[in-house]
Design a protein around this ligand. Sequence first.
Ligand SMILES: [Cu+2]
Length: 456
Amino acid sequence: MTSRRAFMTSAAGLFGAAAVSRAATASLPEAPVATDAAMQPPRPPSAGRPYHPVVTLNGWSLPFRMNNGVKEFHLVAEPVVREFAPGMNANLWGYNGQSPGPTIECVEGDRVRIFVTNRLPEHTTIHWHGILLPCGMDGVGGLTQPQIQPGKTFVYEFEMKKSGTFMYHPHADEMVQMAMGMMGFLIVHPRNPNFMKVDRDFVFLLNAFDIEPGSRTPKINTMLDFNLWAWNSRVFPGIDHFVCRTGDRVRIRFGNLTMTNHPIHMHGYDFEVTCTDGGWVPKAARWPEVTVDVAVGQMRAFVFDAIYPGDWAIHCHKSHHTMNAMGHDVPTMIGVDHREVVHRIQRLVPDYMVMGERGMADMGEMEMPLPENTLPMMTGRGQFGPIEMGGMFSVVKVRDGLAPDDYRDPGWFRYPPGTVAYEYTGNPPAPARVGQPPADKRTLTARKPRNGHRGH
Ligand SMILES: [Cu+2]
């Protein structure tokens, strides 16, 4: 990280929001930046009330300073370059060097003062999603404040009245600014550090982009047909793993700033949703789940005890959200023998490959020539072969004997002997069929709908 204090040596750009003492805001706090997508270790508070810090996937928490009892942060809205996964970088907009912006952590009862400097080519604001605050601090451009013009700095100041799981994002030219990656996580820790205590506390935002293969800048007018489904502006295999020590109590918190819902499914465990963007869920109102749907604009946090060691998949259950950039206008080729036509096509397109007549799994294995700066649609390798995933997919790695704050990748799980699914090597007997002729006597008739006839 490097300091970016130098560019704001003059206080001429300061405009305090209503009711904020201008004397108190005379000097800007430092605005540190992250230069890459590496997960930074949790940052225990340097001052103020104690709390157990969260871990931001492929991200970091913003340092603060105390100024006469007020916790001060400095966000800088600016163009950034984000690596989605090794091999692909995108031109996004974000905060303090990356998209998403750094996680802001504070404590229930804290008074916070957040400076927002706009280094974008157009105006912006920040809305503090889910926070109970005075209306004039709500960050809705035109409605609760004038927009922050390029080069200007605004001050937001309010008290964190309750703990929970929140986020921040622009409320100015929203469709463009969110499509470009502007968003961040906001955690308000409970005043009592033992309330809802966990050993590991992971956070990430779900976001979606439409970046044409071979290009670097998102298409900002896309409404639904996004082609990169991301967690914290990263896609599989670029998303950090959730590294847990066996026996840890673990919380995973996420917020959805895409344009569709995502059923988030974790293997190996059941869990309970303990927090939404509205606050903590009372114990009597929780029920066990293995998949939790998160609608647009919502946040969810679930908790489980990591008592089963292993490499457990965690992913969005919409199967096209575990893919990287893919063309949709591709015919289904299952069962089609197109060997004859291949030679003729290859005369025109030498790299043409036969795909899909046995399904699409070959895609995970094969090295197809791709446009520059483009990720394969299905990719990643595990210890047993290609994982055939992309997008919103990662792994919860539960291991014995890790140090409390060790989040380094422990490698693939070492399965105890005899615990992995294996090939049956005997002679499978012919299956008994009820009410169906044997497969070799079955015929399939397809009729095209025409003149009132319908296919069956
Ligand atoms: Cu999804």
